[in-house]
Design a protein around this ligand. Sequence first.
Ligand code: SF4
Length: 329
Amino acid sequence: MDYFKILDDSKIMCNLCSHYCKLKLEQVGICGVNKNGFGKLENLVFNHPSALHIDPIEKKPLYHFLPSSKSLSLGTVGCNFKCPFCQNWQISQTHNIDNSVNITSSEIVSMAINNGCKSISYTYNEPTIFYPYAKEIGLKAKEHGVKNIFVTNGFQSHDMILDMKSFVDGANVDLKSFNKEYYKKELKGELDIVLNNIKEMVKNGIWVEITTLLIDGINSSAKEIEQMARFIKDEVGDFVPWHLSAFHPDYKMLDKEHTKFQTLQIAFDIAKNVGLRYVYLGNVKNDTHTICPNCHEVLIKRDGFFVSLNRVQNGHCFNCNYKLDGVFS
Ligand code: SF4
């Protein structure tokens, strides 16, 4: 699997994400961290994470993937999108790489094991732009039984989407809107590619949960929420959890207000009426319990990112033995 293709006149094409940047010698792509260095793709953030923390898996958010386990979470600088509401913009929208930080893939895996983390999450910024580093870590992690998670905007290239199954076990994918124009103009991405990549990930056996940051007046109309819910149900699967998260003013959207609770509640009701099995509200103080779709018993109780009760037994409901969707062992 090639991370780049050689074009003529010492130009190369980066094959990591669907921007497919064509790079002249020494030129850096849209993400700011992949460069044509002497006719080869040079991933400038390889071994240079800018953020490294141990998080509860619920923080990704993944609610149906080894609940209450710890995930070693890392990110670098740079991003292939330009979302004006980015809540990690301090690292995603800078290209200042701290080369004094050097952490090899083996060191990352050892850190995960020594800290009792069941997974490594590639998160905070878009992992596709540091795919070569993520994959080197991920393959080593896999040898030690540590799982790998992508928290992603879903804009991988066709080749990367197919390659992900070689080490990625779970993903939380952002579905930021259902408006093609908005994706293109404001985010600098493409809705159709994201939709297709979500379907590919599920088809390839990666456990997927979807997150939508709801912003009043931007992507919160009943029509758009229903379109997203129908896409998930009809084209991906009603078993895919959907996280509806509240926006808070950040980066270039300081003039927008916090998402109203009522907006989230309406979106929740629409999603449930469409027929999604698992819908969760995020970034608000609210019940985020997992309910058995069959007998309606509470299976997992959460208080924020903390799991206070887990009554899933070997992946099944303790009460009616319904097989809960997700990865539980
Ligand atoms: S990762 Fe995407 S944005 Fe970055 S250089 Fe490659 S194709 Fe361009």
